[in-house]
Write a protein that binds this ligand. Structure first.
Ligand code: ADP
Ligand code: MG
Length: 256
C-alpha cells in the first residue's frame, strides 16, 4: 500500500470551513467546520438525522453546500463561487468514498469492478488496472473471489470489494458512511478489520459509524454531530468517559 505513515506534524488533509446546507426550508448543516490532519482517523457519531451523511457527501461535493469552503490536499473550493470542473475532478479523485450500500456492478466480476473505474477515471490500461486490482483484492483478503460475480459474495465480501475499488483510485483521504450497518455483526467485523489495517498504515479517514468500539479503539478524534452541527469533538476516550454536552450524554446512554 502506498499510504504515508502517520506523522506528528502532519499537514492538513481536509479543512471544511462554515459549511451550510439546506434542503428547502430545512437547514441540515449549520456552519459546520472540521479539520482533519494527514494520517488522522476521525470517527463521527451522532443520532440519526444529525446531518452526518450530508456532511460527508459535502466533503467531496456529491452534495453541493449552500456556502462555505472545502479544502482537500491544499485545493480549496469555495462553493459560493464558480469553481472549475477541473477543481471538482481533482477533489473527487483525492477523496475515496465507501457507502453503507456497496453498489457494485452486478454484471461485472469482482476483478472488473475494481479495475474498470481505474481505466475510466485514471486512464490506466486494462493490464495495469487489473494488476492493481489483484493486489488490492489480496490486500482485503479476496484474491480468490476475483473471477466471481458480486451476487456470489457475502455482504462483508462485497463491502471489502467496494473498499478495494475506492483504494484503487489512489485517494489521499477515505470517507466511510456507516460501512457496516447493512451487515450482520460478525460479517461487519471483517470489514472493520480491513479499516483498522488501513488506519494503522496511516490512511487519512473520516468514518461515520455506529460501532462505538471501533470509534474508541481506532480513531484519533471523535466528532459528535447533532442537529446539523458538531457539538463536541476530541480524544475519543475523553469524550466517551466524560462527555461535555448533554446531547452527547443522551446519545451515548442510548447506544453504549
Ligand atoms: P444522518 O446521516 O446523520 O442520519 P442525514 O445527513 O442523512 O443525517 O440527514 C440529515 C437531515 O437531512 C435529515 O433530516 C434528512 O431527512 C435530511 N435530508 C438528507 N438528504 C436529503 C435530501 N436529499 N432531500 C431532503 N432532505 C434530506
Ligand atoms: Mg447517515
Amino acid at each position: 500500500m502506498n499510504v504515508a505513515p502517520r506523522r506528528e506534524n502532519a499537514g492538513t488533509a481536509i479543512h471544511c470551513d462554515r459549511v451550510d446546507k439546506s434542503f428547502g426550508a430545512h437547514k441540515v448543516l449549520d456552519q459546520v467546520s472540521l479539520s482533519v490532519r494527514e494520517g488522522e482517523v476521525v470517527a463521527m457519531i451522532g443520532p440519526s438525522g444529525a446531518g452526518k451523511s450530508t456532511f460527508l457527501r459535502c466533503i467531496n461535493l456529491l452534495e453541493r453546500p449552500d456556502s462555505g469552503t472545502i479544502t482537500v490536499e491544499g485545493h480549496t473550493i469555495d462553493v459560493g463561487s464558480d469553481f472549475s470542473k477541473k477543481d471538482l475532478a481533482a477533489l473527487r479523485r483525492s477523496v475515496g468514498m465507501v457507502f453503507q450500500s456497496f453498489n457494485l456492478f452486478p454484471h461485472l466480476t469482482v476483478l472488473r469492478n475494481v479495475a474498470l473505474p481505474q481505466m475510466r477515471v485514471l486512464l490506466r490500461s486494462k493490464g495495469e488496472a487489473e494488476e492493481r486490482a489483484m493486489a488490492l483484492l489480496e490486500r482485503v483478503g479476496l484474491q480468490d473471489k476475483a473471477g466471481q460475480y458480486p451476487a456470489r459474495c457475502s455482504g462483508g465480501q462485497q463491502q471489502r470489494v467496494a473498499i478495494a475499488r475506492a483504494l484503487a483510485l489512489d485517494p489521499n483521504v477515505m470517507l466511510f458512511d456507516e460501512p457496516t450497518s447493512a451487515l450482520d455483526p460478525e460479517v461487519g467485523l471483517e470489514v472493520l478489520a480491513v479499516m483498522r489495517e488501513l488506519a494503522g498504515e496511516g490512511m487519512t479517514m473520516v468514518v461515520v459509524t455506529h460501532e462505538m468500539q471501533f470509534a474508541r479503539d481506532v480513531s484519533d478524534t471523535l466528532v459528535v454531530m447533532a442537529d446539523g452541527g458538531i457539538i463536541e469533538q476530541g480524544d475519543p476516550q475523553a469524550v466517551f468517559t466524560d462527555p461535555q454536552h448533554e446531547r452527547t450524554r443522551r446519545f451515548l446512554r442510548a447506544v453504549v
